[in-house]
Design a protein around this ligand. Structure first.
Ligand code: PTJ
Length: 405
């Protein structure tokens, strides 16, 4: 294999790729094994190549299922065998659970033997699944061939990195399935009793540690098994992924909020005008033209913040401290093409910091009753509706919202 420098930022990932490719040439990994691996890598990027907190809980649930099992078995395919052989062997002796070769592509005794021999060369004492004699009911593919002393008898099966139909058939056969699949939306992940959405190379050692930790803790084990809910786990991991994606502009330092100056007047006036046109601001706000903004800049007690995306203005917030000690947020607007990225919330948080640091006890604002999007944003930031307002000379109703600081 090639020399990947230790300090290469993606050394582990490159090494795993080379491992997959090396063993593909040897016939242990299926021809399409590298494609499956690449799909996993893509999802691992979204996870941040670490095991997220919600997935750690799923690891414990899986460990509890394995410890409560009468006959647990670890199914091993080509990719799995070469990615984490030692870790799988350790897991198998810790639970304890037999290892069983089970492959989908090009299932010949030669391939089964190669994978089993490889695991034995790495320290496994026994590997099932070579020349299996039992068929999983209603599963025609070669995945359906299982060992009479292994998966056929098992009540819990660990199924890492797999295409979907076997998990469904195993569950229909009355078995519990622990899958390890970085794609939380794969059929395997969705149909499993519990999916561990993590890279196999991280998940297996974590699973071994969890098995050790839970071995004596019968109450916790039973509780984990009772509370096992793969749909909830899927939702939590999807939520983790989507919030990680949503944080991207902020993690990358692409968004900054600063005090507005003369150079932002044009942006503020134009954005305000478009908000009036799309009816998220009231027609009265048409008065927020260049001169009006210029007059507010650098005035004591008035704060105009501008959010910058990659150096370009993308939103603003304009408010003032009132004599009664409240902070009145007169306007908050994000330019159309920058919406939905959390920029409004970022400006709002800065406004809150300013209000607090100036001793204000509350932030108040008015927003059009018809502008549900704005109300949803303010509610998310714990603003509560306080009443309705009819403004002179304007036919629009406003909802007053406030947040105690
Ligand atoms: O050795 P065989 O013949 O049994 O074939 C094995 C593969 C993996 C080629 C076969 O099962 C297959 O084609 O699988 P799929 O349908 O591509 O599904 C593999 C799943 O595993 C995908 O959802 C990937 O995202 C996921 N995956 C890939 N690498 C990892 C992973 N999940 C966890 N850890 C990984 N390292």
């Amino acid at each position: 294999m090639s020399d990947i420098p230790e300090d290469h930022p993606r050394a582990l990932s490159l090494r795993l790729r080379e491992t997959i490719e090396h063993f593909r040439k040897q016939g242990l990994v299926a021809e399409t094994g590298p494609i499956a691996h690449g799909r996993g890598e893509a999802f691992d990027y979204i996870l941040g190549e670490t095991t997220p907190e919600p997935v750690k809980q799923d690891v414990y649930t899986a460990a509890a299922l394995l410890l409560e099992a009468r006959h647990p078995v670890i199914s091993v395919n080509g990719n799995t065998a070469v990615l984490a052989p030692e870790a799988l062997i350790e897991l198998s002796s810790t639970i304890p659970a037999d290892l069983e070769v089970n492959v989908f592509y090009g299932r010949t005794q030669d391939r089964e033997r190669k994978i089993a021999d490889y695991l034995i060369s790495k320290g496994a004492s026994k590997v099932l699944g070579v020349n299996p004699t039992v068929k999983v009911p209603r599963l025609e593919s070669s995945r359906g061939n299982v060992d009479k002393d292994g998966i056929a008898k098992a009540d819990v099966v660990i199924v890492p990195l797999e295409d979907g139909d076997r998990t469904e058939s195993l569950v229909a056969w009355g078995k519990k399935v622990v899958s390890v699949d970085l794609n939380p939306l794969s059929r395997t992940a969705l149909k499993a009793t519990i999916n561990i959405c993590d890279n196999l190379v991280r998940a297996v050692p974590l699973l071994t540690s969890a098995v050790i930790e839970l071995r004596q803790d019968l109450d916790r084990r039973r509780q984990l098994v009772d509370r096992c809910d793969n749909n909830l786990s899927t939702c939590r991991v999807l939520q983790f992924m989507s919030s990680r994606l949503a944080r991207f502009p902020f993690d990358q330092g692409l968004v900054q909020v600063k005090n507005a100056d003369e150079s932002h007047i044009d942006f503020i006036a134009t954005t305000t005008q478009s908000c009036v046109e799309e009816e998220s601001f009231s027609p009265r706000q048409e008065k927020v033209v260049h001169e009006y903004v210029r007059n507010r800049l650098n005035k004591r007690g008035i704060f105009i913040l501008v959010a910058m995306f990659n150096g370009k203005p993308c939103g603003y917030g304009d408010g003032e401290i009132r004599d009664d000690g409240t902070f009145y947020l007169a306007r908050l607007a994000v330019a159309k093409s920058f919406r939905g990225m959390g920029i409004g919330g970022t400006i709002l948080s800065k406004i809150e910091d300013i209000a607090r640091s100036h001793g204000c006890h509350k932030i108040v604002l008015e927003t059009l009753v018809s502008c549900r999007q704005a109300q949803a944003l303010y509610s998310m930031y714990n603003f509560n509706p306080e009443g309705l307002l009819m403004k002179d000379g304007c036919k629009c109703d406003f909802i007053v919202m406030g947040k105690q600081l």
